[in-house]
Ligand binder design. Structure first.
Ligand code: 13P
Ligand code: 13P
Ligand code: MG
Ligand code: MG
Ligand code: MG
Length: 379
């Protein structure tokens, strides 16, 4: 029997500001999702929170892109938004861009990561969920998990992984995709996925049999192709063990923090901090960006879990390093490279400021400004 694992997420209002989710909003989303389980639309559901975003982790047998499952998630977020509006949560309904559901949540605002597979004898999966960053944040750890033997010993040791993996990469500006094989096309792959402002890994497959190994939420970006809307707090599903990297190999990249785009106003570079569920509440300068790892064993389509995988003192050092990196970056204030370059900030208010001042740029040498009687710069 083929099982589908669908993770659909949205920010439907923040408590307080953009830092977390109010319990009443969460309770409503859970209630609607559980109701969908009682009605048989889905087999099981688990609800996760990271910062001001809510993710529905759902199992079912309806395949990827199921309109019934997508509609259930849409309705859960819609009803949650009503509660968020009543409590005047910040940005209530923020990620619900469409007025009414029309068959598929793709392009309607929520992020989606989905995969279909035959449940193995034992099926461990990890759902990563991040706030204050974008799907390209997964590029570096996916490379390490599936293509770097210095991270993943299994690439060398385990015969079922030894042939390598295929990365499905999307150009966020055009929506076009390319599939690259590792290890033989590794350097070509890195040309693209190292350019995180443009390219995102949307899935990874095992080369020997084409089995799906990982899927990320990039659909919103592809739908908007042509107009870059890169920042969307992302989710990632990774299957573990027996022909896939071990749980510890999948988590290992997060022990060495790196810099991602997002943080304050989606306009800054910051370290991605791996945290326990209870600490997924970004408040310092609306960050730094957070990531949680929810582990599940799937049994007959039921989600056994989640296990809070970053709730481990072995990640304390990474968290300390993130705080040090955050201090170094915050010293730069509004100056690049802490603040992203202007082309990365197209959806902020910066273009309006630039538009207002564009006529003030003149091809003249610098000179002492003259003031009008009102104190304005006269020429
Ligand atoms: P155990 O001996 O604890 O089962 O560990 C096996 C393993 O492969 C860990 O990566
Ligand atoms: P979210 O995408 O998490 O809502 O963050 C927006 C923001 O502006 C944070 O400062
Ligand atoms: Mg928000
Ligand atoms: Mg968010
Ligand atoms: Mg967001």
């Amino acid at each position: 029997m083929k099982l589908t694992l669908s993770v659909i997420k949205a920010d439907i209002g923040g408590f307080v500001g953009h830092s977390s989710v109010h319990k009443d909003v969460l309770a409503k989303v859970k209630e609607v999702a559980e109701d969908g389980k009682d009605k048989g639309i889905i087999r099981d559901v688990s609800v996760l929170v990271c910062g001001d975003d809510i993710a529905l982790v759902m199992t079912h047998t309806k395949g990827v892109d199921s309109s019934e499952v997508h509609e259930l998630a849409w309705n859960a977020f819609k009803e949650g938004t009503e509660v968020a509006k009543k409590l005047k949560m910040y940005g209530a309904g923020q990620d619900l861009l469409a007025e009414a559901f029309s068959g598929n949540v793709k392009g309607m605002g929520p992020g989606i990561a989905e995969m279909e597979f035959v449940e193995r004898k034992s099926e461990p999966v990890i759902v990563f969920f991040a706030d204050k960053t974008s799907p390209s944040a997964w590029n570096l750890p996916l490379y390490e998990m599936f293509a770097d033997p210095m991270n993943t010993a299994g690439l060398v040791i385990d015969p079922s992984m030894h042939e390598g993996f295929i990365f499905d990469v999307m150009d966020a500006y055009t929506g076009m995709g390319i599939q690259l094989k590792t290890p033989e096309e590794l350097y070509d792959l890195l040309v693209f996925i190292g350019a995180t402002s443009r390219y995102v890994v949307r899935a990874v497959y095992r080369k020997s049999d084409g089995e799906i190994a990982a899927a990320a939420s990039t659909q919103k970006l592809s739908f908007m192709a042509g107009r870059y809307v890169g920042k969307d707090d992302p989710v990632l599903i990774v299957r573990a063990q027996s022909g896939f990297p071990a749980v510890g190999e999948i988590l290992e990249p997060f022990a060495r923090p790196w810099l991602v785009e997002g943080w304050m106003r989606g306009s800054h570079t910051g370290p991605l901090m791996p945290v326990a569920f209870k600490n997924a509440k970004p408040t310092r300068f609306d960050g730094p960006p957070r990531v949680i790892a929810a582990g599940y064993q799937i049994a007959d389509g039921y989600l056994i879990g989640p296990s809070d995988l970053f709730d481990d003192p072995a990640f304390d050092h990474a968290r300390e390093e993130c705080n040090k990196m955050a201090n170094i970056l915050r010293r730069q204030g509004i100056f690049e490279p802490h603040r992203l370059p202007p082309e990365e900030m197209e959806y902020t208010t910066l273009p309006k400021v630039l538009e207002k001042l564009k006529d003030r740029f003149k091809l003249v040498e610098t000179k002492k400004p003259k003031f009008s009687s009102e104190g304005e710069i006269a020429e």
